[in-house]
Design a binder for this molecule. Structure first.
Ligand code: S3P
Length: 439
């Protein structure tokens, strides 16, 4: 089967109710936490995608039994000290930065070195941001070119708690250190620039010895070694980052309306909603409820006649970090110049996304001015694409692929979008939902 999608037409107006798959960040965290629990934990609506399967394979390598079918995932945790460390273990994180980075915190007490590998895209991403803080606990690392995968972690049974300042707004760095703190006697203290807080919320839900003091821009987290994690069941809510593709498609379409059911709208994840509302998109949350510390809601979006440009406050960057390529599409149709700054982290993703954002917009005929960490987008409310656009040679990056599908359906043109298989990492049924909206 061809790995290219060809699109030649804008989408017609639609009015639909859809469900999107489970949240990827929560799915991976549920797998990791339940691997340390005593007894069987069960998850419904776990995202079944390559990144989550990679997490399941990783805990299997560590001796944890997992049974997975379409409805239910069961993890047979062996307790906090239940990983079966052996000589010469290799963990493959494939495309998943979240798995690769979080698992290092969990295996920091391994008596044997463990090798961590990943795919071509992950092997180009920074792991020094993790090996630096974890080394302070007492682990040792050998990384390719001192920064990349493959790496070897030499764990220790004699870990010392650390004080750590996470300045990038990276939930992966913060979470890896929280996990390492859970392996260490004594109090680990983290000051962290705000980022998604699922690890903290799950730790609290599991009554682990964690304290979080929330500040406006920085949170202070204290973590001690737990005595036990009790097995726990979880009904994973839908992923706001996957929902975002359809939210933006609706915002950019004519006379359309969409409801997405049961989405995780945790405050640390909904930067895209705040940004789009500022740009004039009509979005409402309906049926809001709390679930195990997370906020869940249906999201209603109505398409928009006129879009305002935005000078995007950097304070929203972390809570919208996976959605910027989509936000750039909205800016492309806004009536004026939008500015996005302090975005160097965007080039640290599966592909260098700030560069790819610029390339895609340029192909669409939108003027941009970029620096290493910012982009100015000169919007055109009458934007129509009439030319052939070929998108290929990006690293395996699901979000580049899916953003281009949304661009093609919103602005027209003759698009050839390569690497359809990339969606398997986070959103295997993405194109099925697109087809549902087309009908
Ligand atoms: C994630 C954190 C973010 C995000 C990624 C998922 C997580 O990465 O981009 O898709 O689940 O912790 P950073 O922590 O590197 O910003």
């Amino acid at each position: 089967m061809s790995n290219i999608i060809v699109l030649k037409k804008k989408i017609k107006k639609f009015k639909k109710i859809i469900n999107v798959p489970g949240d990827k960040s929560l799915s991976i965290r549920w797998v990791l936490f339940s691997s340390l629990a005593n007894g069987i934990s069960k998850a419904k609506n776990l995202l079944i995608s390559e990144d989550v399967i990679a997490a399941i394979k990783a805990i299997r390598v560590l001796g944890v039994k997992v049974i997975l079918n379409n409805e239910l995932c069961k993890v047979y945790g062996n307790g906090l000290n239940g990983y079966k460390y052996k000589k010469n273990l290799t963990i493959n994180a494939y495309n998943s930065g979240t798995l690769g980075r979080l698992i290092l915190g969990l295996v920091i007490n391994s008596p044997y070195p463990i090798k961590l590998v990943g795919d071509n895209s992950l092997s180009k991403r920074d792991f020094k941001r993790i090996s630096d803080p974890l080394s302070k606990f007492g682990a040792k690392f050998i990384l390719k070119k001192k920064k990349f995968l493959p790496l070897k972690i030499y764990g220790s049974s004699n870990l010392k708690p650390i004080k750590y300042f996470e300045k990038k707004g990276s939930a992966q760095c913060k979470s890896s250190v929280i996990f390492a703190g859970m392996r260490t006697n004594g109090k680990t203290i983290i000051k962290a620039k705000k980022s998604r807080n699922h690890t903290e919320l799950l730790s609290k839900h599991l009554k682990l010895p964690i304290k979080v003091k929330e500040g406006k821009t920085i949170d202070r987290i204290e973590i001690n070694k737990p005595k036990k994690i009790t097995n726990f069941n979880y009904n994973i809510p839908s992923d706001i980052s996957s929902s975002a593709f359809f939210i933006v498609l609706t915002a950019l379409s004519n006379n359309s309306e969409l409801i997405i059911k049961n989405v995780n709208v945790n405050k640390s994840r909904v930067g895209i909603i705040t940004i789009l509302k500022k740009m004039g998109v009509k979005i409402v949350f309906i049926n809001k409820k709390k679930y195990k510390g997370e906020l869940i809601s249906d999201i209603k979006v109505i398409s928009c006649e006129s879009l305002k440009p935005i000078n995007c406050p950097s304070i929203l960057n972390s809570s919208a970090i996976d959605e910027f390529l989509l936000i750039f599409l909205v800016a492309a149709k806004a009536n004026g110049i939008s500015i996005f700054k302090d975005l160097s982290e965007l080039n640290q993703k599966e592909s260098p996304r700030l560069e790819w954002g610029k390339k895609i917009l340029m192909e669409m005929g939108i003027k941009t001015v970029t620096t290493k960490n910012s982009i100015k987008i000169f919007g055109n409310p009458n934007l129509r694409v009439n030319k052939k656009i070929v998108i290929k040679k990006y690293l395996k990056d699901h979000r580049v692929f899916m953003t281009c599908i949304i661009a093609a359906l919103s602005f027209g043109g003759n698009w050839f979008i390569h690497d359809k298989d990339s969606i398997k990492t986070s959103f295997p049924n993405f194109l099925k939902i697109i087809n549902k909206l087309k009908k």
